[in-house]
Design a protein around this ligand. Structure first.
Ligand code: NAD
Ligand code: UDP
Length: 318
């Protein structure tokens, strides 16, 4: 029977920020996309533009229960997990289960379907890093019992399962470690720094700097990151990762605040709130592995990306 799509791809967390951008790209490339999401931090708004597309379907389901989809599935992107510290600390036990039980269910499902499985890990596996910039060979500095551990350790354990499934069952895994990413479709109340500062600046409300604002992050625009996702998925069969993906240009939170204030022309003042426990002081990816394996590096500067994201929030907040 002929079909109007080239392959079937399951995206867990497809109604979230990154998942919705990935869905759009894969549908545009001619794939059939099954989006599975429990809508914990995602939104139907993010996927409403795909509803009319016959190659798109949505399943409201939790990855912590067994995945049972009848269709052939050729590729899986596992993005299901709250990503903002505020969201993942609301129900830490559930966050850890989402990472650990979620990847187990999906690795089993991938084996049953003989599908390739991409797992969204995180720069948080490096914790508060003592090596700078961070290379994939660095084992990290994570507090295993702190408030961020439900996320960091859940993601570390999920990576372990991926690599053990590969060694034990020959699973076709692709593991990426994502550094801070921003762009349209982030929730206004998501709690991450870029959306917070933009929403505060547009509303002329105080910009909340945690700590002194001298801590650093490296911010990647979402379009660049999604190109890395598909680049990794189509990389050579015997390349499993983990591979860092993110923008290697580093900024302090004070620099980010100044940039947002100047682009929005806002009259917001800076206020200084306490630094959350275990907040990493410095973070920047070494992306030489992604460059050499699938010829990827980000193209969008922070200023260009912020302009696009600010435009999105201007329309969205109205
Ligand atoms: P997001 O919160 O916008 O999206 C996560 C999606 O997963 C949401 O739609 C949510 O409803 C869904 N979800 C959560 N728990 C679930 C469960 N138990 N079952 C089914 N669905 C569930 O976050 P995002 O920024 O799009 O992040 C996507 C993935 O990328 C996450 O795994 C995150 O850890 C990882 N990541 C993101 C970043 C970033 O900067 N955006 C950085 C590092 C890692
Ligand atoms: N941050 C801040 N103000 C905010 C939100 C976050 O200063 O309103 C800081 C936070 O303490 C951290 C950095 O910005 O140092 C990035 O925070 P985010 O929650 O976006 O991501 P993560 O800490 O997971 O990198």
């Amino acid at each position: 029977m002929s079909s109007n799509y080239t392959k079937t791809i399951l995206i867990t967390g497809g109604a979230g920020f990154l998942g919705s951008h990935l869905t759009k790209k894969l549908l545009n490339e001619g794939s059939k996309v099954i989006c599975l999401d429990n809508l914990e931090t995602g939104s139907l708004d993010n996927i409403k533009s795909f509803k009319e597309n016959s190659n798109f379907s949505f399943i409201n389901k939790d990855v912590t229960s067994k995945i049972d989809i009848k269709d052939d599935v050729h590729e899986i992107y596992n993005l299901a997990c709250p990503a903002s510290p505020i969201s993942y600390q609301k129900n830490p036990v559930k966050t850890n289960k989402t990472s650990v039980l979620g990847i187990l269910n999906l690795l089993d499902f991938a084996l049953a379907k003989d599908a390739k499985i991409f797992h969204a890990s995180t720069s948080e596996v490096y914790g508060n890093p003592t090596m700078h910039p961070q290379k994939e060979s660095y084992w990290g500095n994570v507090n295993p019992i702190g408030p961020r551990a439900c996320y960091d350790e859940g993601k570390r354990c999920a990576e372990t399962f991926c690599f053990d499934y590969r060694r034990q069952y020959n699973s076709k895994i692709k593991v990426v470690r994502i550094f801070n990413t921003y762009g349209p479709n982030m929730q206004a109340n998501d709690g991450r720094v870029v959306s917070n500062f933009i929403v505060q600046a547009l509303n002329n409300e105080p910009i909340t700097i945690y700590g002194t604002g001298s801590q650093t992050r490296s911010f990647c625009y979402v379009d660049d990151l999604i190109n890395a996702f598909t680049g990794m998925m189509s990389s050579r069969d015997d390349f499993y990762g983990p591979v860092n993906i993110g923008n290697p240009v580093e900024f302090t939170m004070l620099e980010l605040a100044e940039l947002v204030l100047s682009i929005t022309n806002s009259s917001s003042q800076l206020v200084f709130n306490p630094l959350p426990q275990d907040d990493p002081e410095q973070r920047r990816p070494d992306i030489s592995l992604a460059k050499s394996e699938f010829n990827w590096e980000p193209q969008v500067s922070l200023e260009e990306g912020l302009i696009k994201t600010i435009d999105y929030f201007k329309k969205h907040l109205r």
